[in-house]
Design a protein around this ligand. Structure first.
Ligand code: T4K
Length: 375
């Protein structure tokens, strides 16, 4: 019998409701609900200041943001990416008429491995799309060098990387563009939403046009675009969320540290090492079930569920194993040994700013007792 409230892999952080009401009243009064209104303008500027980046374009979600970034780069042919991500990463390539080429991941960071990317290059490669998985920054220097050497575009899927910084500042400054997600499940949410962080003002202008049908003014449409605009409610909520994000990040950090302490006594699972040289947002708390644990990841997943703990197997199955991608030459199992191994052993434990020490003890107790419980 499960004790306490159900514990989901994530729980959206929301500002106090009484602070949201005036925004709703204002929207009802003004009737300006979308198309770059007051809240959109204020949030776009405030977000850039908070993140420490100059050229921000708000969008309706990260999926559309990635598609706009691909369109802005006018890519053709193949784009090298990771199979160990949310399926949306590759779907944006397929929907844009591009072929995803999967390269293996690094066993420590779980990010796309630059050596594997190098081996995957062909004359058809036009870009690299790495993901800062679980908010841990990729080897941005190596990808920059590769992109420069081979004249490739570099678009980061930064859906998990809100507020992540390395020694030079925001990790979102790297590449041609980085795309954030503000989906409900992310550390920073606007219900649905996202942002494209651009390298320069010209790129931002391009994204701004593309997200609004290519419209310049009432009588001028510059090119084929779509509707990827953030609405005024999401933008107003985003402005409010900025007031609370530092506190939420700190609480996530505390929960992360408590898990590490508690799990140090459980040899059957391994935590990912803390990312060196970067401050992260603690988006998720992935663990790896050890090969000699005496139980499988799926057995642990089921046992946690039976106890009201809804951990998630992010990211399993690999994108490369999904029906629309598994025929690709790069999706073949022998090409992706590290990703395959990790996808079989990974489990993301519940993590949110309001997760308390007692709940974490309960979770870790279930993990620690899994071996004996199954024998
Ligand atoms: N790139 C990467 C690397 C991504 O991870 C994502 C999205 C994207 C691109 C695309 O970004 P967006 O276009 O969405 O902005 C969820 C999210 O829907 C998805 O946004 C996210 N990644 C992915 C990692 O997770 P599901 O199918 O696992 O979500 P779901 O509905 O099972 O929710 C997970 C848990 O969260 C639930 O057990 C309960 C909790 N939850 C969820 C929602 C939606 C809540 O408590 N409240 C909520 O409103 O995909």
């Amino acid at each position: 019998m499960a004790e306490g409230r159900p514990l989901y892999v994530t729980r959206p952080t929301l500002p106090p409701l009484q602070e949201v009401i005036p925004i709703l009243e204002d929207l009802w009064e003004s009737r300006i609900l979308s198309n770059g209104g007051r809240y959109h303008q204020e949030f776009e500027a405030a977000l850039g200041t908070y993140l420490g980046v100059e050229h921000v374009s708000l969008v309706a979600n990260a999926t559309l943001g990635l598609m706009l970034a691909l369109k802005q780069c006018a890519l053709k042919g193949q784009v090298i990416t990771t199979p160990f991500s949310f399926v949306g990463t590759s779907h944006t390539l397929a929907l844009s008429g591009l072929e995803p080429v999967f390269a293996d991941i690094d066993p420590v960071t779980l990010n796309l491995d630059p050596a594997a990317v190098t081996a995957a290059l062909t004359p058809q490669t036009s870009a690299i799309m790495p993901v800062h998985i679980f908010g841990r920054a990729c080897d941005t220097e190596a990808f920059e060098a590769l992109a420069n050497a081979h004249n490739l575009r570099l678009i980061y899927d930064a859906a998990h990387a809100f507020g992540v910084r390395d020694s030079g500042g925001s990790v979102l400054r790297h590449g041609d563009m980085s795309v954030l997600s503000f989906h409900a499940t992310k550390v920073f949410n606007t219900f649905e939403g996202g942002a494209v962080i651009c390298r320069d003002a010209t790129t931002k202008e391009g994204i701004d046009e593309l997200r609004n049908f290519g419209i310049i003014d009432e009588v001028t449409v510059s090119r084929v675009g779509m509707n990827a605009k953030m609405n005024e409610f999401s933008a107003g909520l985003g402005l409010l969320q900025l007031k609370y994000i530092d506190e939420a990040t700190e609480r996530r950090g505390q929960a992360d540290a408590r898990y590490r302490d508690l799990l140090a006594q459980v040899p059957e699972v391994r935590c990912l090492p803390l990312a060196s040289g970067q401050t992260g947002n603690k988006y998720s708390f992935p663990i790896l079930v050890q090969p000699d644990a005496g139980f499988t990841r799926d057995a642990l997943y089921e046992r946690l569920r039976a106890n009201g703990i809804y951990a998630r197997r992010y990211f399993y199955p690999l994108i490369s194993d999904m029906p629309m991608y598994r025929h690709l030459p790069s999706a073949q199992p022998e090409n992706l040994p590290v990703a395959r191994d990790i996808a079989q052993r990974i489990l993301c434990l519940p993590l949110s700013p309001d997760l308390d020490a007692v709940e974490q003890q309960r979770i870790v107790k279930v993990i620690a007792e899994t071996k004996t419980g199954l024998s």
